[in-house]
Design a binder for this molecule. Structure first.
Ligand code: ARG
Length: 573
């Protein structure tokens, strides 16, 4: 609809001098005033004239009336009506259909792209699980939000580098090595995968409560690993491989891939240079033996760089990784998606990067999200109340498979399995992305899977509906001229026209839920149109052609929006 706002703003600007005795208004200034009235019957776009009242020294009512008069002869396909200090605009049906549909068909899968990323690079750091620890539902946020942000940026033309910054280094590997040698077997782990590693890790903690010496052993094994002990290196690489195999299954179900898996271990030899720089700049302070950067001036606790024993910390690695990424990719933006529990960590080390004189500090962006609970229960790793992501997805797939079998008893097994996966995974993704990311989410699987709520299955069903209608309409040509005759068609066109603005808003706020909500609006508008308007059976051939075209446009835009939130375009459900 932005396009219409522009047309309106320009026309008003052109005519304002005459209308207001010489005072001309700027198109930009007018465009900013334009809004969408909450009640569509008032118009498609409205201009409240209250703010102009001061500059123009007239009442809003007068301003609206003068503009209505001034615009009376304008041939822009938009009519204006003054009402109580507002100027309400209605776009002509023909113009609305012409502009929106010709844009959608001309641009196809790129309709809606703001094209702001050309020649620019964005690095996205997301998912980043800690190897050999459970990949639980808490990781859903970073994984899905991160990937959706990657798709959004790609859509806007940015070159994107998705990085899985694996937690593949740290004392947990010492613990795992000890536990493996004491209680593990290679065969068992090859067969049982990451679950077996987690079991060993949990057992280590249990036994260490009784036997503190185990912790010393673990420290020793980790320091051997740090000194490249070949046996420990081999085990460490194997643990990572086992973990990655498991993650890959989940990633491929979600339709997610990464451009780099450079994890924490990669930065070990890149930290000393940054620590040295901090020291040279006089930014490091000793605090009880540890080295810190004092951030009290910025009202933050100090950023820890080195522990008393000289070992590095989470922020140290992040600083080294950011410097490396800037050199390697020359990013224009580097985005980190993590739980909001890490907000302080990011604020701290971003500040340290700034203090180090790296002028690109302002290109670092932290995108936080809220916590996830399931059926009202908070996750607690310690008490074992962990729901694994793969189990949640498996439950969703199983449920959809049952529903599909009941609905379509004749469907082949293979077909059913495919649909169950697409819709099951889609249900989880869509439900998760329905809330603004910072809100805490209570995941209720039953709600996510409902076929008639505002859910993944419902919007995928709507998409499938457009596909089957297009299939049936094969051979029906595009109309010479669009013939829009109902309110339902108008509303559908207006929703389609809003897509480019929604994409921009989602990018600006790093908020995939803007797209999720848009999909719901589009699905609702399409379904109202589908139920209330005869499409293929209408007697007027031109009306049929227009309605088929509307269906095709809805199909294209829904499809694009699905891709932006990693939802599969299922043709049958
Ligand atoms: N591995 C970390 C965790 O699971 C997340 C890493 C986020 N990315 C980063 N560059 N710090 O908590």
């Amino acid at each position: 609809m932005q396009k219409f706002k522009k047309i309106i703003a320009e026309e008003i600007a052109k005519r304002s001098a005459d209308a207001f005795g010489g005072t001309a208004l700027e198109p930009n200034e007018i465009e900013e005033l334009l809004e969408y009235p909450p009640d569509a019957s008032m118009g498609d776009v409205a201009m409240p004239c209250f703010k102009l009242s001061r500059t123009l020294r007239r009442s809003p009512i007068q301003i609206a009336l003068s503009l209505e008069e001034a615009l009376a002869g304008a041939d822009i396909g938009v009519s204006a009506k003054a009402l109580n200090g507002y100027l309400n605009f209605k776009v002509d049906d023909a113009m609305l259909a012409d502009q929106v549909l010709s844009d959608v068909f001309a641009e196809g899968a790129s309709y809606g792209s703001p094209r702001i990323g050309e020649g620019k690079t964005v690095v996205l750091d997301y998912s980043s699980p800690n190897v050999a620890k459970p990949f639980h539902i808490g990781h859903l946020g970073t994984t899905i939000i991160g990937h959706s942000l990657k798709r959004l940026h790609e859509f806007a033309g940015y070159k994107c580098v998705g990085i899985n910054y694996l937690g593949d280094w740290g004392t947990q590997f010492g613990k795992l090595i000890v536990a493996y040698r004491k209680w593990g077997s290679r065969e068992d782990i090859e067969k049982g995968g990451i679950d077996k590693l987690v079991e060993l890790y949990v057992r280590f903690h249990k036994e260490a409560e009784e036997n503190a010496a185990l912790n010393d052993e673990a420290r020793l094994e980790f320091s051997k690993l740090e000194r490249n002990d070949p046996e420990n290196i081999e085990l460490w690489q194997w643990f990572i491989k086992i973990s990655l195999e498991e993650y890959s299954k989940t990633y491929s179900q979600l339709g997610i891939d990464f451009d780099s898996y450079k994890g924490e271990s990669f930065y070990t030899d890149k930290m000393p240079a940054q620590i040295e720089k901090l020291r040279e700049m006089g930014l490091l302070k000793l605090d009880d033996g540890a080295s810190i950067v004092d951030l009290s001036e910025y009202n933050m606790p100090p950023c820890l760089i080195l522990k008393r024993d000289g070992s590095t910390l989470y922020p140290t690695r992040d600083i080294a990784a950011a410097v490396y990424r800037k050199q390697e990719y020359g990013f224009d933006k580097c985005i980190y998606v993590t739980s909001s529990a890490q907000s302080l960590h990011f604020a701290q080390w971003f500040k340290v990067v700034e203090m180090m004189g790296y002028d690109w500090y302002s290109e670092l962006v932290h995108v936080p999200y809220g916590t996830v609970s399931i059926n009202g229960e908070k996750l607690a790793t310690r008490t074992g109340n962990v729901i694994l992501l793969k189990d949640l997805i498996a439950m969703a797939i199983e449920k959809v498979s049952q529903i599909t079998a009941e609905k379509n008893p004749d469907m082949s097994e293979v077909e059913r399995a495919k649909i169950a996966e697409e819709v099951g995974v889609g249900a989880v993704v869509f439900y998760y992305l329905s809330n603004s990311r910072i809100k805490d989410i209570n995941f209720i699987l039953e709600d996510a899977l409902s076929y008639d709520g505002n859910t993944g299955p419902y919007v995928q069903y709507t998409y499938a509906r457009t596909c089957s209608l297009i299939e049936k309409a094969k051979g029906i040509p595009a109309p010479e001229k669009y013939s829009v005759t109902t309110e339902e068609e108008r509303e559908l066109l207006k929703v389609l026209a809003l897509f480019p603005e929604k994409v921009s808003a989602a990018l600006e706020a790093y908020e995939p839920s803007v797209i999720t909500h848009f999909i719901l609006d589009l699905a609702a508008a399409y379904n109202r149109f589908y139920h209330n308007c005869q499409i293929l059976t209408h007697e007027d051939a031109e009306i049929v052609k227009t309605r088929v075209a509307l269906t095709k446009a809805a199909n294209i835009v829904l499809g694009t929006a699905f891709e932006l939130i990693c939802l599969k375009k299922t043709k049958q459900i």
